[in-house]
Design a protein around this ligand. Structure first.
Ligand SMILES: [Zn+2]
Length: 344
């Protein structure tokens, strides 16, 4: 329940703050920046100005947003920094023209920069001003900015929490020891999975999560599937993610697949959130989300998924999956997927 509230706050907060910044950046362009309120119980945000465009989020009755462009009854606003469109039929005009206020926000761009650069510790005041900050949020509102829960009051922006702070994630680097997993031209799956796990783990820790590993970099030992699951169940973590790279006889097989097992309802949600984030972030073929009774999924008491992050046996995937850049993208995608999953 608490998590649900957090999500609403997160969506509204990000929309409003980003809009405020965006409006000041585009004030000189031909944008109106009018302030609207949602006048419907739920309003879909879509990636384009049509009913067919994919839904990227939802606003609730009373949420406020700024609009910057109109097309056939659809208006553009911003969500998590990305332009999104909502049907203007369900909006109520609150205040026209934001340009005058923008002159007062003089340096909202640098406020944004200050926020990003200075957010370090919990309860840090990351911005304060003797002058009011023009951000259209109710007083003492809490929301997330750049993965931190932030509190905005009239003259200060304060960090209250890291977004994944209450969560414990188990990362399971597939294979290890005498079990190399898939191999191709000297490349071993066990080495790729351990590198991937450490990049993901670092990123999750940056967002405040507690991370445990079933296998450490220095660990040359073989760890059985039974031991991995035992470890996970004992830790009583919030999510278990097993990392693999695929191998198949046919070198044409390629792409990313996500697996879950139906013994845990949450596993499907976790699989969906992480998979869609991966497909969105990484330029790989979508092999879908599938229900498969793998041992580490079947016997896990935590929400558990297994990711096949590309094919070692496919020439194109083989090149891509060895790059640091790919691991970074995968880590970012998994982190975002987890944030989405936990905020449901
Ligand atoms: Zn594997």
């Amino acid at each position: 329940m608490m998590r649900k509230n957090m999500k609403n706050i997160m969506i509204t907060g990000i929309v409003l703050l980003i809009c405020t910044f965006a409006s000041s950046l585009t004030a000189s362009a031909d944008s109106n920046g009018s302030l609207f309120e949602v006048d419907a119980s739920l309003l879909n945000m879509r990636s384009g100005p049509t009913h067919e465009a994919p839904i990227v989020g939802q606003l609730e009755d009373g949420d406020q947003l700024r609009t910057f462009e109109e097309q056939n009854g659809w208006v553009k606003t911003f969500f998590a920094g990305e332009p999104v469109w909502v049907n203007s039929e369900y909006l109520k005009l609150i205040k026209e023209d934001h340009n005058k206020e923008d002159e007062n926000i003089e340096d909202s761009n640098s406020i944004s920069k200050t926020v990003e650069e200075q957010v370090e510790k919990e309860n840090d005041v990351i911005f304060s001003s003797s002058e009011p900050i023009f951000i259209d949020l109710p007083k003492d509102y809490e929301f997330f900015l750049e993965s931190r829960e932030v509190k905005i009051s009239e003259h200060a922006v304060t960090v209250t929490k890291e977004i994944l702070e209450d969560y414990h994630i188990v990362l399971d680097a597939g294979h290890g020891g005498h079990d190399s997993g898939g191999t191709n031209n000297g490349l071993k799956e066990k080495d790729l999975t351990i590198k991937t796990a450490s990049v993901i783990g670092e990123m999750l820790e940056e967002k405040g999560a507690k991370v445990s590993y079933t296998r450490e970099e220095s660990d040359k030992e073989f760890i059985s599937l039974q031991e991995r699951v035992k470890m996970s169940n004992k830790l009583d973590a919030d999510a278990f993610i097993s990392l693999h790279y695929d191998w198949f006889d046919d070198p044409n097989a390629n792409g990313i697949g996500t697996y879950f097992y139906h013994n845990n309802n949450k596993s499907l949600d976790l699989a969906k959130s992480v998979h869609s984030s991966l497909i969105h972030h990484v330029d790989m073929k979508d092999r879908g989300v599938r229900n498969v009774p793998y041992y580490v999924l079947r016997n896990n008491q935590e929400p558990a998924i297994l990711l096949e992050l590309g094919f070692i046996s496919n020439p194109n995937n083989f090149e891509v999956i060895q790059k640091d850049e790919y691991r970074e993208k995968v880590a970012e995608a998994i982190t975002n997927g987890l944030i989405e999953y936990f905020s449901k």
